[in-house]
Design a protein. Sequence first.
Length: 142
Amino acid sequence: MIDQKALVKAAIAARENSYSPYSKFMVGAALLAKNGTIYRGANIENAGYSPTICAERSAFVTAATDGERAFDAIAVAGWGKDDLDPAGAFPCGVCRQFMMEFCDPATFLIIVAKSEDDYTAYGLEELLPHGFGPLDLKEEKK
Ligand code: THU
């Protein structure tokens, strides 16, 4: 069983390290690898704007750099710096595509958190229907 609350707590903690001086929208992510390791990520913005990386992709890049290739779930905690009543944030389209690379869309969970006690889990397939992934490039599929 995935400890969703532990993952949400890790995402909220990672959010504290968000570098978001331009948007002031702080995002943290916690990615659970199949071996139980949790990789954290935060959004890291840039004066050039477009080099900005989202919290979710930060977590995936860190995990992949460690050699991880298999994941069960990611928690995302995103809201404005001074937001007292957070609505939470869904992963952007680019991050959903990034997830599609390493995760089984039928089982991978995306946990969108508003607080430590208020979060909802969605399936990757649900948030990225008919996603294009590595299997589509396999020769035997053609
Ligand atoms: N952002 C994330 O890190 N993840 C999301 O799910 C949504 C958006 C970041 C990118 C940028 O630094 C800021 O939030 C505003 O778009």
